[in-house]
Every structure is written in C-alpha cells, then in structure tokens.
Design a protein around this ligand. Sequence first.
Ligand SMILES: Cc1cc2nc3c(=O)[nH]c(=O)nc-3n(C[C@H](O)[C@H](O)[C@H](O)COP(=O)(O)OP(=O)(O)OC[C@H]3O[C@@H](n4cnc5c(N)ncnc54)[C@H](O)[C@@H]3O)c2cc1C
Length: 387
Amino acid sequence: MNSAHSNSKGFDCVIVGCGPAGGYLGYLISSLGLKCLILEKRVAPRYKPCGGGLTRRAMDLLPFSLDGVIEDMALKAEVGFGEGVEAATVTDHPMIGLVMRDKFDSFLAGKAASAGATILDDTVFETATAAHGGGLDIHTSKGVFKTLMLAGADGVNSRVAKALGLWKNRVGCPAIEAEVYPSSDELLERYRGSVHFDFGAAPKGYGWVFPKADHLSVGVFSTDRKANGLKNALVRYLSLKGLDSSRAKGPRGHMIPLGPRGGPFATKNGLLIGDAAGLADPITGEGIYHALRQAEIAARCISDAIKGPKGDLSTYNRLIDKEFNGELKYARRLGFLLYGLPRLSRALIRRGGERVLACHLDIITGRSSYKKIFFKAINPGNLLPFI
Ligand SMILES: Cc1cc2nc3c(=O)[nH]c(=O)nc-3n(C[C@H](O)[C@H](O)[C@H](O)COP(=O)(O)OP(=O)(O)OC[C@H]3O[C@@H](n4cnc5c(N)ncnc54)[C@H](O)[C@@H]3O)c2cc1C
C-alpha cells in the first residue's frame, strides 16, 4: 500500500490510522481536491477483531458498490438468550452486510489511494507540534511531515487525542471475538443470511454469530467496563450455539469506546473521528457507521477550514455533539433498561422480542432514533405488560 510521499511542501491534511474512519476520510478529502497523507502503524492486510457487521445505515452512506467485499447479507435477525430463538424478524432488504475487516479496510484504503491520497504503512504517529509559520509538524517513526490539519482516526487508544489535548471522559468496554470454521457445511448453512444476538451471553451484554464466506465470526460484548472472564463467556456461548471451540481461531479482544462523551472533539487544526472520538453505540457497540458518518462531517469541516475564511475546525465540535451526543444519551438510558434491569429485559425479549428487533431494525436502517424509542419505552402503557 505504500506509495511515494512528499513532506517538503506539506499536506493539507494528515490522517492517522487507516481503519474505516481514516480510509473513508482519506477518500472524501482527496476527492475534494485536498492533498492528504494517511499514516498507518500496521501493514495490510490487518486482522481486526470485529463482527464486521455493516448496518444498512453504514452501507447507505458509502457512495460506491461494496461488491466483492460483502461476504454475506443478513435478511434475517434472531434474538434469544443463547439456547433457543425467542424472536426473529425477516426483511426484504439486507439489514446488515457482513465483511471481514482486513478486506474492508484495504478496500477503503484503495478508494482513498485512487482518489489521490498518499498512504504510508508501517509508520507510527508519535506526536504533533506547532510548526514555524503555521500548521503542524507531525512526528512519526518515519520522520516529520508538515500539514495544515490533523485528523485522528487512530482508534480507541488514540495518541492523536492525547497529543491534541482531547483525551477525556472515555468509557471503553470489552468485546472479544473468534473466527470459527465449523466442521460441517450444514452448520455454516444454518447461519447463512442471518445474524444472531443472544442477551446475557456476557455480563450486561450479548453474544453474536455473524456468517462470513467460509466461517462464522462469533463474539461477546459487555457494557460493564470492568467485566472479566469474557474468554470463558465466549467458550460457553460457542457451546450453546453448537459450535466447537477447538475449531475457533482466536479469540482476540479489543475495547469499544461507548458514547455519549463530553467533547471537545476538535481543536482549531485537529479533530477526532471513529473510535478515536469515542462515540460508539452504547447498546450494541456498533462503531463503523459512526466512523463513516463522522468522516463525512470531518471532510466538510476540514475543506471549509482550508478553503473558507474561518480557517478553523470549531464547527466540528458543534456538529458532532448535536448529531451523536444528542442521540446517544438516549441510547445509554435504554441500555440501562436492557442491561441494568435483567429481569425486565428478559421479560421484554421473551414476550416482545419481535418489537425489540423491530426497534433495532429502525435504528440501523436510520428510520427511527433512540430518542423516539426511549420515550416510547418509558411510557407506562408500553412497559406494564412486561413487568
Ligand atoms: C470484537 C469487536 C466486534 C465489533 N463488531 C462490530 C460490528 O459488527 N459492527 C460495527 O459497526 N462495529 C463493530 N465493532 C466496533 C468497530 O470495530 C470499531 O468501532 C471500528 O473499528 C472503528 O473504526 P476506526 O477506523 O475508528 O478505528 P480502528 O478500526 O481501530 O482503526 C484505527 C487504525 O489506526 C491505526 N493506529 C493506531 N494507532 C496508530 C498510531 N500511533 N500511528 C499510526 N496508526 C495508528 C491502527 O493500526 C488501526 O488500523 C466491534 C468491535 C470489537 C472490538
């Protein structure tokens, strides 16, 4: 992926990290005619523990075909507690596309490179300092690069956030995943075209089975930041789903930074997107949609700051706060009902699982918001039948 670079004249924007956030931002700002450098500390293809569930709203954002990257499309979602299925929903249009992250991330990086971005793999961002004559000096393991703007797309432990003084108020929760190669095609077929969510598979969390071309991605996620024993929870979950843990690669874990989170998300010439911004969905842990949507907002703000009279990124704070924090604070409250009151949520899923799935579907297709669902949920008339 490496290509020739120029650091003598400098860049309009340096992006740190080439996951979904960085790759897509690189594509967008290069398409706007800006000179962009993406720094990535690892070398492609990079395995990332991730369900690779691209929700409908995430797929709808991307302006190009995902043919060849999507390994399966879910038309069906099932919810339960591990053993059996409590409720299912089937749709006409795919609700979740399933990708392997090494391929998806490389695909987005390819789009960025085709649009004109320079990508440097195997290059670690160290820090950023004010440059003589304006802009920033970006210090890396491969030398110093000059830029007008800096975007941190470097994930949950973002060094850019620390360098910009934007490291605060973070809630990271654990998730762990294995890639399982079932012993029979029948087992693989059982999961084809569907996604499975099992509440309680991890403390204050859930387990999932997502089908890929030749295997299943199976994981557990907890909204309890101190949860331990997730490896054991995953082994138990595999066995409940009839899957043999000796046929599993991994498991590998990672933290997911859950929103809402008090900002700021930008300084005058630096901003954060994706997991670096720390605003993943506090109920499901979904973060790819957030990364892609924040990349869109960031691209507009970076372009306006460089081409317009204002010259800084302050509007990014307002836009991110409004669109993400405004919504995610209701998601967190709903998460409390779902994970903090297990007897109520069991009853909800047992007796109203279809409605729970319908709400989830409305969120991931962009048809409704957590705010609307929260006010419906706390209406005593809607909750009483489940208590
Ligand atoms: C087990 C698990 C399952 C998940 N399943 C889903 C799912 O099904 N659907 C969904 O939407 N979300 C899911 N998520 C969340 C999702 O993976 C993240 O939200 C998403 O990866 C965020 O993308 P990103 O580009 O912001 O960060 P990342 O994907 O973490 O990319 C950051 C990049 O920055 C690079 N980097 C880091 N530091 C430096 C440095 N100093 N210098 C240079 N480069 C650096 C890293 O190598 C990496 O490539 C899951 C997460 C986990 C842990």
